[in-house]
Design a protein around this ligand. Structure first.
Ligand SMILES: Cc1cc2nc3c(=O)[nH]c(=O)nc-3n(C[C@H](O)[C@H](O)[C@H](O)COP(=O)(O)O)c2cc1C
Length: 524
């Protein structure tokens, strides 16, 4: 479905203007009759009603103000606000339509209840007004998707920033993470909650849909590997506006991860310290669990080496990784793609896949599996440009590798905007969020410059807004992924990015997201 932008005269807004004009005429007529002390002629054909009983009842006024006058004010307000939304300079008033129309709807419900059950008479004009305000609320709440998602995202952002986040951030990050993923899993189990979440946050736009390597992405924004390492969110995230989602990293054998701390918050640095070390339940458990229910949206599986000191050689690691691929490939799951994670910076195994000889052995092992789904490789960012180029050159030889994700966590403890006092709380781990931003952008551009025809790039690292996602796309990313931004900004971020991307495209005169991919990078 194509959505019109909020400051154009859409069919929905034309309907609201027409309905509010009828409502104004209706309430205006009742006000005139009230002012002149007359009771309106209340029967139209076979529709007989008793306006006198209703309009002369004690319920026809609130604080001595006749309801007819309040009706005039209500419809004038709806008309004024809707007209203001047509001007780009005052379109922010869109959000006012939601509380105002909801107020009109609930007041109408109450007045209908009074007429039917308390006064015992119906006034045709009052009922017409109740009908009009109900339809207006219906158009605003059900049809104006863009404005609805924008308004609800705005309200959620305030609630998250002012109430929920301060509360959640008083608890250990690991505890909050487990709690939130459990809530997400519960919400995903039920059709009603999924539909409701989708109504709140999911904004689909034909300008943002893309298809790569046989996978259809309804939005360019995905969840990066690491958040859903237990594969609990495969039913709910599509309703939150995500175009795709990676579970894992999953390993062949279950793994408890590294010794604590596995996670920390660096609030000033807008970052998380990550030392999970591939904590996950293992491929067999994940497959058994996911096979029990339907998954929604495009799901990818991130695969890495089991984090154990038992894995001593490159051959051990290759066998371990290819076993996991085989398990997923031979399962009945409906996942769409894989990520091959060669870049986890905090493992007990010392196998180094940045070494291109080792990487070639791994790619040969994966090649033999005849995998049918596309594979993206999760790239490190804490490497030199030469190392990065060498890895890309090796990956480019393997046809199963369709793209790269740039990239993983930041190892450099002095990267901007990391604050020394926050970093020094942790002797272990690597950093997500804003400290990954600059390097990930440099490397996206570097990869796109040379490999724009060979690799589909997924940009990842430090995305906290639509502008951030847009920057990565303009540098060469076809899709983007995030985790930390959602934790710092709130769960509404995905819907906001989708809305914001559409606005940025419009601002710059583009019709589709694919037109801006790589336009800020010089191709080699
Ligand atoms: C809590 C956490 C766990 C992560 N675990 C993984 C992982 O298992 N596999 C992986 O490829 N990346 C993992 N990452 C890295 C992210 O996928 C992503 O590359 C990085 O956080 C940068 O994105 P962000 O700034 O949007 O968080 C993890 C990140 C976080 C915050």
């Amino acid at each position: 479905m194509t959505h019109t932008t909020s400051n154009s005269l859409s069919f929905a807004k034309l309907s609201i203007l027409s309905l509010a004009t009828f409502g104004l005429l209706d309430a205006g007529y009742l006000s005139y009759e009230h002012a002149t002390g007359t009771i309106p002629q209340c029967s139209v054909g076979f529709l007989a009603s008793d306006c006198g009983s209703v309009l002369q009842s004690s319920y026809s006024q609130i604080f001595s103000i006749p309801l007819a006058y309040i009706g005039v004010i209500y419809y004038l307000t709806i008309l004024t606000v809707t007209l203001l939304t047509l001007n780009p300079k005052t379109k922010f008033v869109d959000r006012l339509l939601y509380p105002i129309s909801a107020g009109g709807f609930f007041a109408s419900l109450y007045f209908m209840y009074l007429q039917i059950f308390v006064i015992g008479a119906i006034c045709l004009f009052c009922t017409t007004s109740a009908f009009i305000s109900t339809v207006i609320a219906g158009v605003i709440w059900l049809i104006m998707t863009r404005e609805r998602v924008d308004t609800i995202s705005f309200a959620t952002k305030i609630g998250y920033q002012r109430v929920l986040k301060p509360l959640l951030f008083t608890h250990k990050p690991q505890t909050v993470h487990i709690g939130m993923t459990n809530v997400g899993e519960l919400l995903g189990k039920c059709l009603i909650t999924r539909t409701f979440m989708s109504w709140l946050y999911d904004y689909d736009s034909s300008k943002l849909c893309q298809a790569y390597h046989g996978v259809h992405f309804s939005s360019p924004v995905g969840l990066a590997a690491g958040f859903d390492y237990n594969a609990q969110l495969t039913q709910i995230l599509e309703s939150m506006g995500f175009g795709f989602q990676t579970i894992g990293t999953i390993t062949n054998k279950p793994c408890q991860g590294n010794p604590d701390p596995q996670l920390g918050r660096l609030i000033q640095s807008q970052s998380l310290m990550v030392n999970k070390g591939f904590r996950n339940p293992g491929a067999d458990t994940v497959i058994t669990k996911l096979a029990k229910h339907e998954m929604f949206g495009q799901i990818g599986v991130s695969i890495g080496t089991t984090n154990t000191s038992d894995i001593q050689t490159v051959e051990d690691a290759v066998i371990d990784i290819t076993e996991t691929f085989k398990k997923f490939e031979h399962s009945t799951l409906s996942h769409s793609y894989y990520e091959l994670n060669i870049s986890c910076p905090n493992l007990q195994t010392s196998i180094d896949f940045y070494n291109v000889d080792n990487l070639s052995v791994l790619l040969q092992g994966v090649h033999k599996l005849n995998i049918t789904r596309p594979i993206w490789v999760k790239m490190p960012i804490s490497v030199t440009n030469d190392q990065f180029d060498a890895i890309l050159e090796t990956l480019a030889q393997e046809p199963l590798i369709v793209g790269i994700i740039v990239g993983n966590l930041q190892k450099d403890r002095t990267a901007e905007p990391l604050q020394a006092d926050e970093v020094n709380q942790f002797t272990v781990g690597n950093f997500s969020g804003k400290p990954t931003w600059n390097r990930s952008n440099e490397l996206i551009s570097r990869a796109y410059g040379t490999y724009h025809e060979r690799f589909t790039i997924i940009g990842c690292g430090g995305i906290f807004s639509a502008e951030d996602a847009y920057t990565k796309i303009r540098l060469g990313a076809s899709l983007v992924q995030l985790i930390t931004g959602m934790i710092f900004v709130g769960p509404q971020l995905i819907g906001s990015i989708n809305l914001g991307l559409e606005e940025l495209l419009q601002r710059d005169g583009f019709n589709h997201i694919s037109q801006v991919i790589g336009i800020d990078t010089v191709k080699k």
